[in-house]
Write a protein that binds this ligand. Sequence first.
Ligand code: HEM
Length: 505
Amino acid sequence: MDIMAFPRENDMLPQLFLLLTVFFLLLVKFTFSKNLKNLPPTPPTWSIIGNLHQIGEKPHISITNLANEYGPLISLHLGSQLLVVASSPEAAMEILKTHDRIFSARLVPSAYRQSSILPYTLVWSDCNQTWRTLRAICRTEIFSVKAIEIHSRVREEKVSYMLDFLRSKEGEVLNIAEVVFTTSFNILSCIIFSKDLLDLKDEHHTRGGLKDSIEKVMEYGGKPDFSNFFPMFRILDLQGIRKGSHKNIKRVFSFWKEIIKETRSQMGSSAWTSKQTKSLLDRLLEEGVSDNQINQLALELFIGGTDTTTSTVGWAIAELLRNKEALSKLEREVKKEINSDKITESQLSELPYLQACIKETLRLHPTTPFLLPHQAQETCEVMGYTIPKGAEIFVNIWAISRDPKIWDDPLSFRPERFLGSKVDFRGHNFEFTPFGAGRRMCPGLSLGLRSVELLLASLVHGLEWVLPDDDDPSKLDMDDKFGVTLQKEKPVKLICKLKKESLVA
Ligand code: HEM
């Protein structure tokens, strides 16, 4: 090879780059302008990038500001991807009820657009046969009223273990969200695999990196991804999102590989037939489900179930700390209704103020401010506008649940607003849909709610919460961080003190 030829050939690079750029601009322009008639109002766009420059790090805030200016149904051009955002109860109802079928597809983030995921996913698939089968299995085995009752012992045991752990740490500064994360993760891992996969006593609760890897999988899924805006670059994976997500997903699967193998080998044995309670894994194996499918389903249940529960409990604690009156009222309710050392799930229905506190937390801090991304599978007319096939759809529940036209004093934490109110989150009141509505509505609503109720009630019942250095709770930083779920930017650090009256007699 003539080594001198290399620099000469490289001289062509600027021209090549120019050519590619022109090609790219034409392609973007072409994708941008096709089918785009009678769209919902759009803020002024820049060439190529569209409205990307208006989004920033907190899209729930910037997009709400744009909706306030341009209306309840707006369209945004994110590179070549068209995004339609619904920001009023009427617009949400059009998407989630009137045209539910058409908007029930998902826009898959590049992090999860992989051949090892797409055939198996529940969360990211269209409403196809795999999705129906998986939702049906999960409904029977973990989400039904009967399944939730069967698993109440697991939740009570894990929460009791958490309280013992917190008591053993009395006086120490703790990141309460981490403790709640580990507890809700173990609740799920016992339901899925009959085993704890994390350990509260392991200092960072990571169990050899499992927690880190799951967090990374979520982080990659929530990263602003260039190739979602310019899909022609998807194959290049310029930000390494697909590669990073793939690597961590494989690592996560390795943590339960042996459990699946061992459980599979026990099938048909006498121990198997005499099992009192079967795990989700047992049931999936009996149904003949493949390892790939089990891996993906378990991962999605962990992702769907743990961060949402943790962030709701974390925000509730922060709001209650800032609102002394609400905290005292909740403490009084719990003290009056619970006469034992530990709370059981059958007692939770006696705590209406607790339920109001949780609703108020989900109103102010919905875990997924835009729900998960939906996609139009056909072109459709909504509120007199045309939403073209392929458009990504957000329902901005964050904006709706803070809208002063709907809620009195919307930025204040006032659980009383839900006492005696018929407004509920089961998908019929479109001003309040923290679990979504319609066919893509969260299937884990009842399970998630039970866990949140039990965790929060037990934390209030058993412990007194004090901020380190006697910090003033009313000055607690309530800033949020946008990602797969909306978390507190700065997690609440607490010193837990044992409540005298909760000691066993
Ligand atoms: C406080 C607790 C929870 C909240 C606020 C919540 C919220 C949501 C929301 C907003 C969606 C998206 C709905 C849409 O795109 O229209 C969703 C979907 C989902 N959630 Fe939950 N969730 C919670 C707990 C759980 C739990 C405990 C599980 C399972 C263990 C779970 C599993 C799922 C799954 C699998 C989906 C995807 C459903 C589909 O695409 O068909 N969630 N959740």
